[in-house]
Design a protein around this ligand. Structure first.
Ligand code: NI
Length: 250
């Protein structure tokens, strides 16, 4: 079930069957000369929708598609939030869903830079209950899609060298599988991009001139992306099933 394609009576009925929802969360940021700006939000959305296609009891919420991308701002098309804005927005999304009775909110993340601020947002939500001496009505889970069981092992097999940390062949392959008519090509020099620390946007562009970090995304193919999506979607289904049944308050 896809929330954006549902009506409110359908969601009201869904809440009588399950109190769990998965929210794809990512970023809109440069992904090198061949990666789509939407990559980090598209990957978790693609995986969540593939899991839903196999099990329509899974409810997939709207994608939170702008995140922590200040370091990519020297590349056109990047859109970022400040940490404080991001934390406040995640909190408002969570509380909106909790107000309707959702008790298990699973954030499937596609951008490593979001992790610290997502965890801070979760603490904000929990603190509101803790400071009043009340049990929280909602349980929150953060999972990076590449950390779903079996995914990193497959990625290691598919891309033993040049996977890197940004504009990776795995994330590019996932988008190529879902959107084969949007595949881009470009000359990548050097073939495997440099690595180094991440600071502000000007420093980033000086260190990583084409936007990639440590990666060779030319290794991506739609077929490899399909294999990654299949493993990730199956693992997500299993995790969501356990999470929806997990014990807790409410
Ligand atoms: Ni990415």
């Amino acid at each position: 079930m896809i929330l954006s394609f549902s009506t409110w009576p359908e969601i009201e009925a869904q809440l009588t069957r399950s109190r769990a929802i998965v929210i794809p969360v990512g970023s809109t940021e440069q992904h090198g000369p061949t990666g789509l700006l939407g990559t980090d939000a598209l990957c978790p959305e693609i995986i969540a929708r593939e899991a839903e296609r196999a099990d329509e009891a899974i409810l997939v919420g709207p994608s939170f598609n702008v995140g922590m991308a200040q370091h990519h701002m020297a590349f056109p098309g990047t859109v970022t939030l400040r940490p404080s804005t991001f934390i406040a927005a995640v909190r408002d999304w969570t509380q909106s869903l909790a107000a309707h009775g959702f008790e298990r909110i699973y954030w499937l993340n596609g951008h490593g830079g979001n992790v610290a601020s997502l965890e801070a947002a979760f603490s904000e939500v929990y603190a509101e209950h803790s400071l009043l001496g009340r049990a929280a009505s909602v349980q929150l889970r953060l999972r990076n899609w590449w950390e779903l069981p079996g995914v990193m092992r497959l990625i290691g097999e598919l891309f033993p060298t040049g996977h890197g940390g940004h504009a990776t062949p795995s994330e590019v392959a996932v988008t190529q599988w879902a959107y084969p008519d949007r595949i881009k090509t470009a000359e990548l020099t050097p073939r495997i991009a440099p690595t180094g620390p991440i600071r502000d946007a000007q420093d980033y562009r000086a260190r990583f001139p084409d936007g990639r970090i440590g990666s060779d995304p030319a290794q991506a193919t739609p077929e490899k992306g399909g294999r990654i999506v299949a493993v990730a979607a199956e693992a997500l289904r299993a995790e969501l099933g356990a999470f929806a049944q997990s014990t807790g308050s409410a």
